[in-house]
Design a protein around this ligand. Structure first.
Ligand code: ZN
Ligand code: ZN
Length: 249
């Protein structure tokens, strides 16, 4: 039912070919063809109330995942949310944005993110993309988070602010352990711009896995006077759920 509503909304917004296999499907005629749509996990409750990760078992409303529960003080953002569960299928969606700067996919996903989490845009002053180092942007030709931020800006009417910068060239994170990721990102970001002072910010990236990048960016933003940070990503990994207690953010 939720999926059907999702498809209807999408078709109304942006009819196009299947984002995964490029088929034009008679039934969905939109974001995914019937076959691909059956393989995609759209994140719905039950989710962690803080980081938005999907629980793969039943959980009470407002539950926190193990990570958020045990690191209440270290997760600095207000709330994070994502569109898809990050798996072998949705990895293709992320890669099509990340490697090919696929605006069409970024556009579709960004619109879905906006309508799905419209309440996270309330009172937001700026959309801030997680920055890539200028050398990597030069090599790749673009910053994937920036593409998503631009699309979210178009659909929401909220301006993109690029004062957060990556000042240290860091190795790719995906093969590193959690502690290595944190070390790798130490002092990697800088934000010295009064334009964000006392503002609410929506921080945007492609994937949320350990949250180390979003957290480091949030830390730097808060250190520079930002009032509140919400995070949105195209996909996020599943939540851990040991020692869950019913609680709220
Ligand atoms: Zn397909
Ligand atoms: Zn969590």
């Amino acid at each position: 039912m939720v999926k059907q509503l999702f498809v209807s909304l999408y078709n109304w917004l942006l009819p196009s070919k299947c984002l995964l296999c490029s088929n034009i499907d008679i039934f969905t005629n939109g974001i995914f063809c019937t076959d691909c749509f059956a393989k995609v996990t759209i994140i719905e409750e039950p989710i962690c109330n803080k980081c938005g990760k999907l629980f793969t078992i039943g959980m009470p409303i407002n539950a926190l995942c193990t990570e958020c529960e045990s690191n209440k003080t270290s997760k600095l953002f207000n709330q994070a949310r994502a569109l898809f569960l990050y798996d072998n299928v949705t990895q293709k969606i992320v890669l099509s944005i990340k490697k090919n700067a696929n605006d069409k996919v970024a556009n579709a996903c960004s619109r879905l993110l906006f309508y799905k989490y419209i309440e996270l845009f309330n009172n937001i002053d700026f959309i801030v993309p997680v920055p890539s180092h200028w050398l990597r942007t030069l090599y790749r030709g673009f910053n994937p988070a920036d593409i998503i931020a631009k699309e979210l800006s178009i659909v929401s009417g909220i301006k993109v602010n690029r004062s957060l910068r990556r000042i240290r060239y860091t190795a790719y994170q995906h093969k590193k352990s959690k502690s290595e990721r944190l070390k790798n990102l130490n002092n990697a970001f800088s934000c010295n711009n009064m334009s964000l002072c006392n503002k609410n910010v929506l921080l945007v990236d492609d994937v949320f896995s350990t949250g180390a990048t979003l957290n480091e960016c949030t830390k730097e933003l808060l250190n520079n006077g930002v009032k509140l940070v919400n995070c949105l990503t195209i996909a996020s990994t599943a939540a851990d759920y040991y020692n869950i207690r019913k609680t709220s953010v």
